[in-house]
Design a protein around this ligand. Sequence first.
Ligand code: TXA
Ligand code: MG
Length: 346
Amino acid sequence: MKTIRLSINKKDIKHAGEIIKSGGLVAFPTETVYGLGADAFNAEAVASIYEAKGRPSDNPMIVHIAEIDDIDSIIEGGLRGMAVSAEILANQIWPGPLTMVLPKNPAVPDVTTGGLSTVAVRMPLNETARNLIKAAGTPIAAPSANISGRPSPTTAEDVLEDMDGRINAVIMGDQCDVGIESTVVDMTEGKPIILRPGLITKERMEALLGCEVLYDKALLKDKIAENGSADFAVSEDEEEYAPKSPGMKYTHYSPKAKVRLIAGNDENYRAKVTELELKAMNDGLKSATLEYGGNAEKAARNLFADLRKLDRQGCDIIFIRTLDSKGEGFSVMNRMLKSAGYDIVR
Ligand code: TXA
Ligand code: MG
């Protein structure tokens, strides 16, 4: 298949919308990462996303909408049946990097939700993304536009690295601002439960809702890996660590190089990284080190792009300095820990 390159101008977005409407696949920029989109109501088109990504078919998609009215055909009970807490988050945060898991409308094909009775919905902030949804005239089901298991793409070039020849078109937009995927919050239980942390933090949602927001138990592993203990409230799932979000159980964000995280204060970190770089050199390995000066937003924006860049440079091993696991730092650490397979050196 020839993958055509499209710009973000009106004519090209219209063309991209027609491709989606006729059952094709188009990769497009969002504020978080690039998505790989298909008509959310076209089961065959959605099935071809799994194929293009090499993604397990029990891992559901996020359905992207352009405006709040679009949710009517996606969730049970339609727009008017939406729970008050979900309505508050939608009004306050959309368009933006928040995905809400809500009861699914039977009109949404099972393949889109991996057979679940719930559906994940998000209204992206990126204008090109919303223009594409409008041009397609249908909500767009889209996972991140990477081969399953690889770091999510945050530039059009990174999309092409994985998807050239596998999909119909790529919209060649700018580098994504946020750089890590949206926060996924389950709104179908008593209290909201964060399944995947992102730029929209637990604290921000708690302030908006005036109630406690929990973390899924699967995220405890991150906290324990980070500081040896878990100090936050979690959901009451029976199965310890069993992720509620199907996607969280798979290998993630792995570059070809081995990744090791290094924790510690300036002095300890410096000593450790020097020792490890020397050892890599003596072993004949090409190493590189990523440090973001403790800036979580900068780390989020650059992490995935940096991992891919270092892969292209033929690195064998990548050292990354850990961040403070607070607020957005917790979300970036989640991606770092997964890309390192929880290998953290103190
Ligand atoms: O920022 C983002 O969310 C990007 C852009 C393209 O919008 N998309 C994205 O999609 O990251 P994906 O498929 O890579 O990740 C979606 C996550 C997966 O972990 C999936 O298991 C979870 O959301 N998910 C989707 N539907 C769900 C549902 N009904 N219940 C629980 N988790 C769900
Ligand atoms: Mg993904």
